[in-house]
Design a protein around this ligand. Structure first.
Ligand SMILES: [Cu+2]
Length: 493
């Protein structure tokens, strides 16, 4: 097309500036609630969200990630990472005009929401990718309350870690009473000493191991660390919506000196209960809402991530007068979304076996119908994993679905992880009950859309196939998804 990359970035940047401004300065911006600690995000007004179309521009821009040194060129929605918080009330109509100002084709997927199949944002499966300079309108009724997020499903192993993600919040019809809501988007960036992104996307070494990890953990788009402060007043009640938007990294979060209550996983209510062992696991793509009460009177307390040697994400700092004389007790449950209970007696049982990975046990898998050793699959096809003994390129149009289900069919899936790596498995268009992890029944049989599978572990899930269409079922370590861990499930009817 005769444009150099530099020309493109300049024009894309110019377009972004022009296009992003109207939403930033929108008269409907009153009532917007920026992400705590950034102040750079636009948000949809809570009530008017269903009324007007909102423009979301995926483009190239720059942002301060590390506190010192130059800004980093990122890809973001409406000029920032994370993108604007899209906030709706349950039952609203989402109406979003996406404009692609990236140097690549793209799509937007609405992670977790039960959308009509054509709105799911999966290239070559539910829509054509949005071309350079092109647009696509996403419009559907938001049926489920909870904490969700949006990101591209096109080359997600590159587009997501470059910065294309944002939180999507759907308020319950009767929201949980709290003093304040705080949103935390956790992720990471891989930056050089010059603060530029290291552009080593798509390496087979990352595909076949634990995925590409950044070296700078981020909270709401800026470097996490003890300098990031969550100010709280004594006896204040905060609802903290947590999202792990990293492309590979998992977090194990501890709120030192505090005992928060888990109220939802992946937007779906669970009976309020303390974080088991005080450490909250957030696999890539997962969300958990906690209720954090300011049960101390003063002082500072670390928010820690215990994975990969441990880092401090932020600190809780007490300031101000007590909100009330005494801390509140166990919170009321959040209203549960509509879920059809699974009848296990009449369910069809399926198995899903994962194999492969670098240094994995010797395994055979099929690619395009041909049986090969996993090492050969890596060398010849750039794929590293098999699902039910098949390795597939993501979004391949000749996909043979993993499972076909009738609409209304009750099903269970036992996932067996014969690999040395963990896998956060995500199903589109449905929620499933997590019945057991490693053959141990779960306490709350929670509804989720993404469940973490331990290395060499197993997981039993159950669902009713209610949403017709072809739905992705894939690992949310995006390098694994690109490396063969992406299949589909077809709901007929
Ligand atoms: Cu995986």
């Amino acid at each position: 097309m005769g444009l150099t990359r530099r020309d493109f970035l300049q024009s894309a940047g110019a377009a972004l500036g022009a296009l992003a401004l109207p939403s930033l300065s929108s008269p409907q911006g009153a009532g917007s609630r920026p992400l705590a600690g950034t102040g750079i995000c636009t948000t949809l007004p809570p009530r008017a969200a269903g009324a007007a179309q909102f423009e979301l521009v995926a483009g190239v821009c720059s942002q301060r990630i590390r506190p010192a040194g130059p800004e980093t060129e990122i890809w973001g929605y409406n000029g920032s990472v994370p993108g604007p918080v899209l906030r709706f009330r349950q039952g609203d109509t989402l109406d979003i005009h996406v404009r692609n100002a990236l140097p690549q084709v793209t799509t937007v997927h609405w992670h977790g929401l039960r959308v009509p199949n054509a709105m799911d944002g999966v290239p070559h499966v539910t829509q054509h990718p949005i071309p350079l300079g092109g647009t696509f309108d996403y419009r559907y009724r938001v049926e489920d309350s909870g904490t969700y997020w949006y990101h591209p499903h096109q080359s997600s192993f590159e587009q997501v870690p470059r910065g294309l993600y944002g939180m999507l919040v759907v308020e319950e019809q009767k929201p949980l009473p709290v003093d304040r809501e705080v949103l935390w988007v956790l992720s990471d960036y891989k930056l050089g000493d010059d603060n530029r992104q290291v552009e080593d996307f798509g390496r087979i070494l990352d595909f076949g191991t634990e995925g590409r990890h950044g070296n700078v953990v981020t909270l709401n788009g800026e470097a996490a660390g003890p300098h990031r402060v969550l100010a709280i007043r004594p006896n204040e009640r905060v609802r903290l919506r947590l999202l792990n938007a990293a492309s590979a990294r998992a977090f194990l979060v501890e709120f030192a000196g505090h005992a928060p209550w888990i109220v939802t996983h992946d937007g779906q209510a669970v009976p309020p209960h303390p974080v088991p062992d005080g450490r909250l696991l957030l696999g890539a793509g997962q969300r958990t809402d906690i209720v954090l009460d300011g049960t101390r009177s003063a002082g500072e307390f670390a928010v820690l991530d215990h994975r990969r040697g441990g880092t401090q994400l932020a600190r809780i700092a007490y300031a101000g007068k007590a909100v009330r004389s005494k801390a509140l007790g166990r919170p009321a449950p959040v209203a549960l979304n509509r879920h059809t209970e699974v009848n296990l007696d009449r369910a069809t049982d399926h198995y899903l076996v994962f194999e492969g990975g670098v240094k994995g046990a010797p395994a055979i898998g099929k690619v395009d119908g041909k049986a090969l050793k996993v090492e050969e699959i890596m060398e010849r096809h750039g794929l590293a994993w098999t699902m039910n003994y098949t390795a597939q390129h993501e979004h391949a149009m000749m996909h043979e679905p993993l499972f076909r289900m009738r609409r209304g069919e009750h099903v269970t899936v036992k996932m067996i992880n014969n690999t040395d790596f963990e896998h956060p498995m995500h199903l589109h268009g449905h929620f499933f009950r997590v019945l057991a992890l490693n053959d141990v029944p779960t306490r709350h049989r929670e509804w989720r859309d993404t469940v973490m599978l331990d290395p060499r572990g197993s997981c039993d899930i159950a669902l009713v196939a209610e949403n017709p269409g072809e739905w992705m079922f894939h690992c949310h370590i995006l390098d694994h998804a690109a490396g063969g861990m992406m299949g589909t499930l077809v709901v007929e009817g």
